[in-house]
Design a protein around this ligand. Structure first.
Ligand code: FES
Length: 603
């Protein structure tokens, strides 16, 4: 056990650590360091004829260095054996961190320790560097500590997202033959849901995003960027046509080079988005929802990191588009009803019926949604075409289709096979991606995606047999009324398995009582973050919340509530998990608060 010296603070803001003789006898001692900003104490070693002072807390998980070992100028923590240069505090094991050292002075036989303070700028630089290292080494504890450290310094979330995204793009997507990774989608999703979360959950959400990007980049092989063509003044229309043709024949390199040329030639974001949406909808429901989901997410990421990163972000999605499956080749799109025969004639008519200049209002008729949910694909397409003829904006039609697809989740009965949750989720994210891109770049080509989305909703009809119903009056009356009791109950339901109907009832009860939505949204966000959420969980939360906000913004309250019920049902079906991800974050949080991790638990 290390000796403990009584601290003496003198007027020069240094802390006394006893006499040299005492230190030599003890070998190591600790002193309180609060006076010079070391709130966990300072460990002073006598080693190789010199005194060294370090923070008493191992930067890995807080074990006291007073119980560490020095050998040949290397300090080893005796818990997980992280090693540190005793002189500089630099770590040899990147899962830990550098430990803060303090200048030591011997004066008249006494040992004095001087402060080693840093300002906020240095602290921020330190945590940004640790964020990079945590990503490079794919060490989740380092990532969590860095996010907490940066959050504490009021670092804007956008800065953390940009930093992590840059890493994911440079070391993940660009080195992955498949391009865009799930981590970038999760990172972008977490950035979007932050405002709906409780303040204490925002760092946790960012941690999930950072961790996912780190996982994408881990162990990737190196690939090399293609150069843009060294041509000038190629019309964008020609580049768009080339791109679609190269994607059509699955010529990934040619398509990537064309895309890079368009960006280098100064094509606008709208022109490039139109090109990618056209190629993505030249075939039906490519790769399930994944292609259009990725295109939408890539543009949302560019909203966060800036268009100047387009040549880093967008080429990553080309392999996925080029190699994607085409659902018109699948049996379910051709038998027993040939959906292609229904959609193709309508697609041809789009230039005549669709007004691309129509302004979205969110005022679609609920009868359109009813038609989409019926068992008649031709009637669904007819209803959409009639809406276009009546002047409906593309974004409004896309929102109606997205809402219909959300209702497939709201009405998903637990008698279905569990894996089919993913089927209806893919339908929903596809329709939402079309809706988001329709707001950004309405085009005749993308309008085909709305028709394809309608067929996706039709194909999901068998997953609503029998439909789960919203709770009736009696079921609702059996629920608590108090908003806090309701959110607490929702979280408790997600501690158990398969409380799907009950979770939906609690959320619907909360909303129909007219309580302020924000605490409910925060509880739903927190409910996902405390689990080991995967790609689909983030998709459900982000796209569900987005549609909820879009509907609520135009006064469609009942519809917006049904979307939140869909989210709650999904969450209850997928909870609880092992919650191992949160455990790492909790360790970092406890360290951040100065708690002792090494001490035995009192419970
Ligand atoms: S190595 Fe020091 S606490 Fe883990």
């Amino acid at each position: 056990m290390a000796a403990v010296a009584s601290p003496a603070v003198d007027t020069t803001e240094r802390v006394g650590a006893g006499t040299v003789e005492e230190l030599q006898d003890a070998g190591v001692l600790t002193v309180a360091g609060t006076a010079i900003g070391a709130r966990h104490g300072i460990t002073v070693f006598w080693h190789e004829g010199q005194a060294y002072a370090v923070d008493n807390r191992c930067p890995h998980m807080g074990f006291p260095f007073a119980r560490g070992t020095c050998k040949d100028g290397v300090l080893t923590c005796n818990w997980h054996y992280a090693r540190f240069d005793l002189q500089s505090g630099g770590t040899f094991d990147l899962f830990a961190d550098n430990v803060r050292t303090y200048p030591v002075e011997i004066e008249d036989g006494r040992v004095w320790i001087h402060p080693n303070r840093t300002d906020a700028g240095q602290e921020r630089a330190h945590w940004l560097r640790r964020l990079d290292e945590g990503l490079e080494q794919n060490i989740s504890l380092v990532q969590a500590k860095a996010v907490l450290g940066l959050h504490d310094l009021d670092t804007p979330a956008a800065d953390i997202v940009r930093r992590a995204a840059r890493h994911g793009l440079r070391f993940g997507s660009s080195r992955n033959a498949d391009g865009w990774g799930d981590g970038l989608t999760i990172l972008t999703a977490t950035a979007h849901i932050l405002e709906d979360l409780a303040p204490e959950d925002q760092s946790l959400a960012l941690y999930h995003g950072v961790r996912s990007v780190g996982g994408d980049a881990n162990g990737m092989r190196t690939t090399f960027d293609l150069e843009p063509l060294s041509v000038r003044d190629v019309p964008i229309e020609r580049l768009q046509a080339w791109f679609r043709e190269f994607i059509e024949v699955r010529s990934t390199d040619a398509a990537e080079r064309t895309l890079r040329t368009a960006i280098a030639e100064g094509a606008t974001p709208q022109q490039v988005a139109t090109m990618l949406c056209a190629a993505s909808t030249d075939h039906y429901y490519r790769d399930g929802s994944h292609v259009l989901d990725t295109v939408a997410k890539a543009f949302e990421l560019l909203d966060l990191v800036g268009w100047e990163q387009a040549d880093e972000v967008l080429p990553n999605i080309v392999p996925q588009i080029a190699t994607s499956s085409r659902q018109e080749e699948s049996n379910s799109w051709q038998h027993p009803v040939n959906l292609i025969d229904i959609v193709e004639p309508a697609s041809v008519q789009l230039p005549e019926v669709l007004d691309l200049d129509a302004t979205p209002s969110g005022q679609w008729d609920i009868a359109l949604v009813d038609a989409l949910l019926e068992d008649d694909p031709a009637a669904a397409i007819d209803a959409l075409m009639a809406a276009f003829r009546g002047g409906m904006a593309l974004a409004d039609a896309a929102q109606a289709v997205a809402y219909a697809s959300a209702l497939r989740l709201t009405r998903f009965p637990t008698s279905n096979e569990f894996g089919d949750w993913d089927t209806v989720l893919h339908h929903f994210t596809y329709c939402q991606s079309v809706a988001q891109m329709a707001k950004r770049v309405p085009s005749l080509e993308l309008a085909r995606g709305v028709l394809h989305g309608a067929m996706v909703v039709y194909l999901g009809r068998f997953l609503n047999i029998p439909p789960a119903h919203l709770p009736g009056k009696r079921t609702l009356a059996a629920q608590p009324s108090d908003p806090e009791e309701l959110t607490t109950k929702l979280l408790a339901l997600c501690d158990q398995q398969s409380q799907v109907d009950e979770a939906g009832a609690v959320v619907y009860r909360y909303l129909t009582l007219g309580h302020e939505p924000q605490p409910l949204l925060a509880a739903m966000g927190g409910s996902v973050l405390r689990e080991d959420p995967g790609f689909h969980d983030f998709q459900m939360l982000e796209e569900g919340l987005r549609l909820y906000h879009d509907l609520a913004a135009v006064g469609r309250l009942e519809e917006s509530w049904q979307v939140l019920v869909a989210i709650a049902r999904w969450q209850a079906a997928h909870s609880p998990t092992r919650r191992a991800t949160t455990q790492t974050y909790d360790i970092a949080l406890r360290l951040h608060r100065g708690e002792d991790i090494y001490a035995p638990s009192r419970y």
